[in-house]
Design a protein around this ligand. Sequence first.
Ligand code: TYD
Length: 218
Amino acid sequence: MPATPTTPAVAPLLIAIEGIDGAGTTTQTERLRAWLEASGRPAHATREPSTGPVGRLIREVLAGQHAPFDKAALALLFAADRMDHVTREIEPALAAGRHVLTDRYYHSSFAYQTLDADGAWVRTLSARARRPDLTLLIDLPAEVAAERRRLAGRPDELFDALVTQRRVADAYRALARELSGSERIVVVPGDRPADAVFAALCVEVERVLAEVAPPARG
Ligand code: TYD
């Protein structure tokens, strides 16, 4: 007999987890998914670049396989991947009643691609991407994140030079300030143990869930 699908008590949320390379977005995205599931709230974890065809091409570019590669063309690829990701994976998961946690979303493009391309143009490319219900920005110094990547043995990719990561960290902080008037974006300090960061992220997710939950009866 097919399993009865569990539906969340609230409309499923789209939550983006953002930060510089080494901020821990991948670890925390998976932990949030497991935590939501364990408390009976169906959740789907995903990431950008996505696992789709454009996302796979982007990963090759990031690994230097197609160097030299035009930065504006890469900005277009990130935007194309996002449209494909939303249509192919995010919207269907939400429609199936699952909260969606995405490890990176359009804020990554706003923080990284604006280093090399016009900011307004970069934003226009993602204008049709659904707005997340919550964006969690894990903020930490670029030096700390670089040391974590070194200890984890992660090879450097296209954007991983320290000077670049410092600029990306600043761009993320400016974005959080600027976008806080139009969308829900929360900065969570990331220069502390992963458990402490996770606990702070859970608080923010519970907060938004409580706000969208239907009022208790009786
Ligand atoms: P990352 O999360 O580091 O992937 P992995 O864990 O597989 O290495 O993301 C890959 C890189 O792509 C990272 O440096 C951020 C960058 N990026 C952008 O520049 N723009 C974007 O829109 C996205 C989604 C990622």
